[in-house]
Design a protein around this ligand. Sequence first.
Ligand code: TXA
Ligand code: MG
Length: 318
Amino acid sequence: MSTATRPRLLRAEQLDQAAGILRGGGLLAFPTETVYGLGADAFDDEAVRGVFAAKGRPADNPLIVHVPGPDWLPRIASEVTPLAADLARRFWPGPLTLVLDAAAGLAPATTGGQPTVGVRVPGHPLALALLEEAGVPVAAPSANPSGRPSPTTAEHVLADLGDRIDAVLDGGPCLVGVESTVVDARGTEPVVLREGAVTREELAATARAGSAASPGTRYRHYAPACRVVLAQPAEAAARAEEALRDGARVGALAESGLALPPEVTLIARFNGAADLARLLYQGLREAEAAGLDVLVVTAVPERGLGRAVMDRLRRAAE
Ligand code: TXA
Ligand code: MG
């Protein structure tokens, strides 16, 4: 990792350079359909430790391994269960991470010392081309310092980690905006460990409620510098008034059509959960940049993508 030089912003035409950084043990941020990841060769322990250092991430929180296709699974997992094969067929490339028993040879840092590993094939053409070109599996958490909102543009990555990584591959804004769903696929039915972009409805009517949770869900997350107030639409105006009376600078990320006091800075309007997913992390960053004390966000129904969005909002609001 080169710390003194400014990181390069690489375009799609510079894919070979981006892949070279990964093969050479460097740190490369790259786009996926969910959020930008901060990648390193999953077999290179020193490189992967560099990812943890750049993010300030607790060493016991494992990383997701990204591969260009399901044929890579046997190199990452020691046992590919029939359930995993089925889920891979149905959802890859896409925002579903499968947790399986880890294959030998992965860097200890990648798995955070656990016997299992998370693996996914991202649904982003540039990410897939990068992984093909690199020819190594890529361990990548979201490319934000631990605790901060995840990045959905290359500029977000530069602003947060610019002095700690080698380059960012620019693929424009992420289309989904919230992270992958993490599922334990070692048994006969999927167990959701982290809510995400693949909904429980899509997974299966039988997907069990999260009786277990990913290590990462223990930590404070997604938090901007301002206070986030999560409000039901009917209460949003009152919550904003309350904060204004306390002398706070108040902004809102609100469902379209909802009336708000005129003193409230409107960060963005959205139309339903999928729209909020796309806007959320950008909105948290804009609220911070606008110098707000309080950001009121209106809740969405907890079904479909709404589950992942509300999970992230609750953590941001903690
Ligand atoms: O969409 C995404 O998942 C993005 C993009 C870059 O792929 N990545 C991402 O990584 O969100 P990260 O590190 O920010 O979150 C990974 C989550 C954490 O909650 C972690 O604890 C969990 O996945 N995880 C990773 N490996 C695991 C394992 N072996 N067992 C249980 N949970 C695991
Ligand atoms: Mg993250």
